[in-house]
Design a protein around this ligand. Sequence first.
Ligand SMILES: Cc1cc2nc3c(=O)[nH]c(=O)nc-3n(C[C@H](O)[C@H](O)[C@H](O)COP(=O)(O)O)c2cc1C
Length: 257
Amino acid sequence: MSNESTTKTITVAGLLCFVCSIFVSIVVVNLRPQQETNAELDMKKNILASAGVIEAGAGAEKINEEFDKIDTVIVDIETGEKVEEIDVEAYDQVVASKTPQSAVVIPANLDVGGLSTRSKYAKVYLQKDDAGELNTVILKHWGKGLWSTMYGFIALEPDANTIKGFAYYSHGETPGLGGEVDNPGWKNQWIGKKIYDDEGNVDLKVAKGSADGSDYQVDGLSGATITANGVTSSVKYWFGEHGYAKILENIRNGGLQ
Ligand SMILES: Cc1cc2nc3c(=O)[nH]c(=O)nc-3n(C[C@H](O)[C@H](O)[C@H](O)COP(=O)(O)O)c2cc1C
């Protein structure tokens, strides 16, 4: 067939596309397990980083070593009691919050974060010291910023009240404005703050402007009050009566350990 033939051009182009598509499919299928491993490792890193257990540049070996010291339990948010029948590894709290069979509707008067639904069960990470004593409680929380839903972890001291670490692992806020939630200096302000006041109310908030120096405020985010208010609402909801309050009460009483 002549090189000038239209049929030959189309046949060669078609064959090339076919060969390339097979090649891309093989690469995608073969890389999937690696991608899943990396995603899992990344989530472990986020959990440990929120607790201040590892540095930003920690390698896979260190991450896995430290994560092995964490007991992960599934807990009924309403009762604060451990649930045994759920596969801990497979359970994704965010997915469960959006799946009708595993989600709970948040009553409008309690939905300060505007989430509409939450998962029935929480995934609670309990980090122990070498003697097996509880060191850190780590919980996921999320809420709406200006442009995005912001997902993060809060790490607490064994008193289940004092903050040990605070970090978002995913959000779409504007760099330099709402994106300042990632600023290490701002995140450090959370350490040592308390969620609950003496009456057991969730009092912790992001101030408008400078914090008042109490245990219950961190500085506002300049030019990003909407994001800052989203952070406050997220903390208020997730640590309130419809959120993790029962779980933390149980931990304070020595449960789940
Ligand atoms: C391009 C652009 C991006 C913005 N990104 C954010 C943001 O990520 N978070 C936020 O709270 N406000 C953001 N704002 C500002 C808000 O519209 C609003 O003015 C601000 O939250 C009010 O906060 P302030 O009272 O501290 O100025 C953005 C504004 C513009 C024009």
